[in-house]
Design a protein around this ligand. Structure first.
Ligand SMILES: NC(=O)c1ccc[n+]([C@@H]2O[C@H](COP(=O)([O-])OP(=O)(O)OC[C@H]3O[C@@H](n4cnc5c(N)ncnc54)[C@H](OP(=O)(O)O)[C@@H]3O)[C@@H](O)[C@H]2O)c1
Length: 429
């Protein structure tokens, strides 16, 4: 074993960083044996230097992350600050200084992954980010390496634990969205400002990263269609139950049937209770991958939290340290297919539409005609009437999203349709 240690700069020592530092210290001997050289924590950059950080030598703490990165003797920079800046500049500087980088930063990678990969390549260094998608769950490495000889056609997953906790609560207790969110906040599953989670921004960043890797193409954050889950109601869950389904916020990345384009989207959807993703409870994450040769694969586990996320960071740290010792790099960017990303209108799926209608003869025929005129074929219809008003629940066969949009716009114009109570896509069948 090499005795000269590999030097690691830890940028950020919060929920994830403090666990990275702890595991690096407590498992130092095992990590050294697995890498073939000791790893030394050379410095820890934080914002608040006076905060007590258990197990970390106060001498290592600095508020000058840039000076730490530029020290000249750093082999690996672990970036767990989060956000776009200063993380982006720190990472690019790390490559310029000859260091490899491990990051957990989904927001930055979804936005600037291509430029960061290019910088890593230019300087012959690694950029690894297993922790950026689905926390502890090995997903990036299986897609990049284990499935490198296969053709992935679909990635369908629950990649945000906060929203899964809220939806699971609504499903099992009959609670409304606000009540379930309050409980998630009280238990620490939701942040004080939950927007990034509940509006699907966090899942969209992960979908962009996953789609790019799975289909070897470039998918930017703006390419991902995004709908949050704040409009999901207890009535939607009751409807889902009647269909033998539940509701999940899904990230769905698909290759088109002709293989010539891809799509990436995040939205709430009904999935059958028989689908493996339906049984993913609480704050857990799971990702279902469908590939040509392997068939269906499911990856499941804790998608967040300090220690689980640190597990993924440490796995990357070991991998990039091994590469440093071998004077090599691991797999880099692989966006060679340059497949275009299609718009949401071209996505083909099934729909569950709930309408408030007048309870009088001929309404059903009128509604059915609108669906037929837009080329959307109806699978089932359920009607419930009371005191001159009725609700009509229509489940369609597979149709393009644009056709469904046209149907709904036309339905809203009918005098007999009082309102469109909900529209939900049905996936996983
Ligand atoms: N938390 C999770 O479960 C989880 C899961 C997957 C991925 N991630 C990703 O991991 C990253 C870190 O998340 P986290 O939850 O650990 O965040 P966090 O608890 O807020 O920690 C952020 C750390 O960065 C430090 N920091 C902030 N600005 C800085 C600056 N300008 N210079 C130096 N240090 C600075 C903070 O210093 P102070 O300690 O002084 O405030 C803190 O130590 C994010 O990219 C996040 O998306 C997190």
């Amino acid at each position: 074993m090499r005795t000269r240690p590999l030097k690691v700069a830890l940028l950020g020592c919060g929920v994830v960083g403090s666990e990275v530092a702890r595991i690096m210290t407590t498992h130092a001997d095992d990590l050294a044996a697995r890498i073939g050289a000791p790893v030394e924590l050379a410095g820890v950059a934080v914002r608040r230097p006076s905060k007590v950080r258990e197990g970390i030598d106060p001498e290592l703490i600095t508020t000058d992350a840039m000076a730490l990165v530029k020290r000249g003797d750093i082999d690996v920079v672990v970036e767990v600050i989060g956000g776009v800046e200063p993380a982006r500049t720190l990472i690019t500087t790390a490559f310029e200084q000859g260091a490899s980088v491990v990051s957990a930063n989904k927001a930055l990678l979804a936005q600037d992954g291509a430029a960061l990969h290019a910088a890593a390549e230019e300087h012959g260094r690694d950029l690894y980010y297993e922790a950026a998608v689905a926390g502890a769950i090995p997903l990036i490495r299986p897609l990049r390496e284990s499935l490198a000889g296969d053709k992935v056609n679909r990635v369908l997953g629950i990649v945000n634990g906060t929203t899964n906790f809220i939806l699971d609560k609504m499903d099992t207790s009959g609670a409304g969205y606000s009540e379930a969110l309050d409980e998630a906040t009280a238990l620490g599953y939701a942040e004080a400002d939950p927007t990034a989670d509940v509006e699907g921004f966090d899942a969209a960043a992960k979908a962009a990263i996953l789609a790019g890797i799975a289909f070897h193409t470039r998918v930017r954050l703006d390419d991902v269609y995004r709908e949050g889950m704040t409009e999901v109601t207890a009535a939607d869950f009751a409807s889902a139950k009647r269909m033998g389904c539940t509701i999940k916020l899904l990230a769905i990345c698909e290759r088109a049937a002709d293989g010539e384009s891809v799509t990436a989207r995040v939205h709430p959807a009904m999935i059958p209770l028989s689908h493996p993703l339906a049984s993913v409870r609480g704050a857990y994450n799971a990702v279902f991958v469908e590939s040509e040769a392997a068939g269906q694969l499911m990856f499941y586990g804790p998608g967040a939290g300090g220690s689980p996320t640190a597990s993924a960071v440490l796995g990357d740290l070991v991998a990039v340290c091994r590469n440093r010792l071998n004077d090599a790099t691991g797999p880099g960017d692989s966006a060679y297919t340059q497949l275009p990303v299609s718009s949401m209108g071209e996505v083909v799926t099934r729909y569950h539409i709930s309408l408030d209608v007048a309870d009088k003869p001929g309404v059903l025929a009128q509604v059915a005609t609108v669906f037929a005129e837009h080329g959307v074929s109806i699978d089932t219809v359920r009607q419930q009437g009371k005191d001159g008003e009725a609700s009509l629940v229509v489940v369609t066969h597979r149709a393009p999203d644009a056709a469904l949009g046209g149907t709904v716009a036309a339905l809203r114009k009918l005098d007999t349709v009082r309102g469109v109570a909900s529209i939900m896509r049905v996936e996983g069948e």
